[in-house]
Design a protein around this ligand. Structure first.
Ligand SMILES: Cc1ncc(COP(=O)(O)O)c(C=O)c1O
Length: 361
């Protein structure tokens, strides 16, 4: 086993292969947060005949893709921008905003911090409290969102805590931020996995508020991290215009655009995924809650955050699991979650059962 303590990202399968000598194909990726049911059958069927599409440039405005997204999200197409994964849109948005004093709801996904630092901006982290099961104290946060703050960014449901703000709370926050001229960035990469999407998504607020941006991707829910397709929804058409002006043309290739047009329409697959994740997440939570060595937090995303209470470190648990071919996420690299937190996503039932057996012994 490895001599040096190291925290791996969910996609670091090649590194694991190298360090632990386990073949990539034999690793069950519990750290990747990807839908275990695989890609949409409608997408599979429609893509087979479309290879010739690469002979053409994509439509610069991606009208068909954006119109499909407009139906999927139930929001006007003029408010939608598409990008090369949520990652391109995180980068573009933060590049444009160049925040001098951002507040991030933490612990959270590291990409926002990396991008803010890259553009020479600065941020502070507002930490969700573990004692409160990582639920937000809205009034306390609002007291920190003052006139000198220029951006508030959060992930909803949040990676890695799996906690979420409700649409009602977001509405309250947006009203507050509008008063203080604070732009709000919401990463909804995991929102479709929430038990009731309509009670956590901010999409319905796009008509009411200008200065906020919702970002989503297809990597997780639609099991397609290799496709690199994401999208943003923004109330301000002026902000979208600025984004489009700095965005490189054609960053979504013709095949990815066609893939999006198929997968967002696959209502059976979408429903099947939601039902499966909800049921299996509940089953896993129930089993984990019975184990006195673990503390489990409420989960809105397709992953569960667990605190190890018996002195086992997150790295020791990571190694225990990887020896069996199960790659969970050691959360020690997340600021504020040192040493005793792990995260794992919902996989196929049989795989989950085996992982739970290891975690709960
Ligand atoms: C919260 C969050 N946002 C964005 C991403 C990246 O998304 P994409 O693959 O759409 O660029 C990830 C990937 O792990 C993530 O966890």
């Amino acid at each position: 086993m490895a001599e040096k303590k190291q925290a791996f990202h969910g996609s670091d399968l090649e590194k694991i292969e190298e360090i632990y000598g386990i073949k990539k194909e034999n690793i069950i990726p519990f750290g990747g947060n990807v839908n275990p049911l695989g890609i949409s059958p409608l997408l599979k069927k429609s893509m087979g005949n479309h290879i010739e599409a690469i002979c053409e440039y994509p439509d610069r405005d991606y009208k068909t893709l954006r119109s499909t997204l407009s139906m999927y999200c139930n929001t006007p197409m003029k408010h939608i921008i598409v990008g090369n994964g949520a990652t391109e849109l995180i980068s573009l948005t933060l590049n444009l905003l160049r925040p001098k004093n951002a507040i991030l709801l933490s612990p959270t996904y590291s990409e926002y911090m990396r991008e803010i630092s890259l553009v020479g901006g600065s941020y502070q982290e507002y930490f969700l409290s573990e004692e409160n099961d990582f639920r937000l104290d809205l009034e306390d946060l609002k007291a920190h969102l003052t006139d000198d703050v220029d951006l508030f960014a959060f992930c909803n449901p949040n990676n890695p805590t799996s906690s979420a703000l409700t649409t009602k709370e977001i509405h309250n926050l947006l009203k507050h931020c509008k008063k203080h001229h604070i732009f709000v960035l919401i990463d909804e990469t995991y929102v479709e996995f929430a038990p009731d999407v309509q009670t956590v998504t901010a999409v319905s607020l796009v008509n009411e508020f200008d200065d906020f941006m919702i970002l989503r991707g297809t990597s997780k829910f639609f099991a397609s991290p290799g496709l690199r397709l994401g999208y943003g929804i923004c109330g301000s058409l002026a902000f979208l215009e600025k984004l489009n002006a700095v965005k490189n043309p054609w960053t979504i290739n013709t095949l990815a655009a066609l893939a999006g047009e198929a997968m967002f329409m696959d209502t059976d697959y979408i429903k099947q995924t939601k039902d499966y994740i909800s049921k299996e997440r509940e089953r896993c939570l129930t089993k984990l809650k019975k184990c006195s060595k673990l503390k489990v937090y409420p989960a809105y995303a397709n992953f569960i955050l667990v605190r190890l209470l018996d002195g086992t470190t997150s790295f020791e648990m990571f190694e225990r699991c990887i020896k069996e071919g199960f790659m969970i996420r050691d959360c020690s690299s997340f600021e504020g979650l040192d040493g005793e937190y792990i995260r794992f996503c919902i996989r196929l039932q049989e795989e989950n059962t085996k992982l739970l057996d290891i975690l709960t012994v």
